[in-house]
Design a protein around this ligand. Structure first.
Ligand code: RB5
Length: 151
């Protein structure tokens, strides 16, 4: 099951992605926002990230104007590896090498067709599981869990 959410800057793109998910019968939960009124991207990014980190959702898609703010927010949640992608190569690498569990997109950066292509590639790709990639992803987890890294 997929968790999806956006702020107002990503709302239009979120709706287009939801149309695609409906067409493909891909199960999802929409965490909002539900209109074009201004909202704060950390609120939505956190909700989607928490849902993924608690293993309630397998993957997430988050969208703000640039994809930057919402991915920064999501990456503060333990166990979340949110990847901001602007092309399908990045989307494939995010899954195969980084085992990213959240895709971040910029609603004001990409056209809808490209965004849908990125979503397709991200959802279709898997973590390679190769030793060097597992080792690197595990190191991210170690940094994340090490309290001596916090102020
Ligand atoms: C909202 O205007 C905009 O700042 C937000 O969507 C996003 O681009 C932040 O990174």
């Amino acid at each position: 099951m997929l968790a999806i959410g956006s702020d107002h800057g990503g709302y239009e793109m979120k709706e287009a992605i939801i149309e695609y998910l409906d067409r493909e019968k891909i199960a999802y939960r929409d965490f909002g926002t539900f209109g074009i009124e201004s909202v704060d991207y950390p609120d939505i990014g956190f909700e989607v990230a928490k849902a993924v980190s608690e293993d309630k959702f397998e993957k997430g898609i988050i969208i703000c104007g640039t994809g930057i703010g919402i991915s920064i927010a999501a990456n503060k949640v333990k166990g979340v590896r949110a990847a901001l992608c602007t092309n399908s190569y990045m989307a494939r690498m995010a899954r195969e090498h980084n085992n990213a569990n959240v895709l971040a997109l910029g609603g004001r950066v990409l056209g809808i067709d490209l965004a849908l292509e990125i979503v397709k590639v991200f959802l279709g790709a898997s973590f390679s599981g190769e030793e060097r990639h597992s080792r690197r992803v595990n190191k991210i987890g170690i940094i994340e869990s090490d309290d001596s890294n916090s102020k």
